[in-house]
Design a protein. Structure first.
Length: 142
C-alpha cells in the first residue's frame, strides 16, 4: 500500500471509485484475434476506432485490439467473469474451433475445467498466445 513517504501526494488522492474503461491488446492480426474472442464469448467486434478494433465486454470495458506485426507479442493474461449459464456454450465453441482449454493457468490439465470458489473456470490461448480465462465466480481475495 502506498504511503506518504513513498508518494507525498498519496493523502491527496480522491476517494472516488476508479473503473477500467479499455485496454489495448496487441495482436499480429487484430481482425483475427478480435473475432476469435468475440466468437468464443458470444460478443461482437465493433467498428474500427483509429488503429484499434474494439470488442465491447458489456460492462463498460472494451478490449481494443491493436496490430503489432514487426515485433514479438508479449503474452498477457485476461480473465473474464462470465454467466454460469453461458459457460458450457463457451467451452463448446472452443471445442468447435479446435482450441484446447485447461483447468489451470499453466496449461497442464487439458480438456478439464476447475471449480474454484464454487464456480467453474477454464484457460485457453488466443491466436497471439494471450492466456485467456473464463470463470463463473470471482476469486475470493483476503
Amino acid at each position: 500500500m502506498p504511503n506518504e513517504q513513498q508518494y507525498p501526494c498519496a493523502s491527496a488522492l480522491p476517494t472516488t471509485s476508479v473503473q477500467l474503461n479499455h485496454t489495448a491488446v496487441y495482436a499480429r492480426d487484430r481482425q483475427l484475434s478480435a473475432e476469435f474472442l468475440a466468437v468464443v464469448m458470444g460478443l461482437e467486434v465493433g467498428a474500427p476506432f483509429g488503429p484499434f478494433l474494439p470488442v465491447d465486454l458489456g460492462n463498460g470495458v472494451t478490449l481494443d485490439y491493436y496490430e503489432k506485426r514487426d515485433e514479438p507479442i508479449q503474452s498477457q493474461h485476461y480473465a473474464f467473469l462470465v454467466p454460469d449459464e453461458q459457460f458450457d456454450t463457451m467451452i463448446a465453441r472452443l471445442e468447435a474451433v479446435g482450441v484446447t482449454y485447461y483447468a489451470d493457468p499453466s496449461h497442464t490439465e487439458p480438456r478439464q475445467i476447475n471449480r474454484l470458489f464454487g464456480g467453474r473456470g477454464a484457460y485457453f490461448d488466443d491466436p497471439d498466445g494471450h492466456n485467456m480465462e473464463i470463470m463463473t465466480r470471482p476469486y475470493v481475495r483476503p
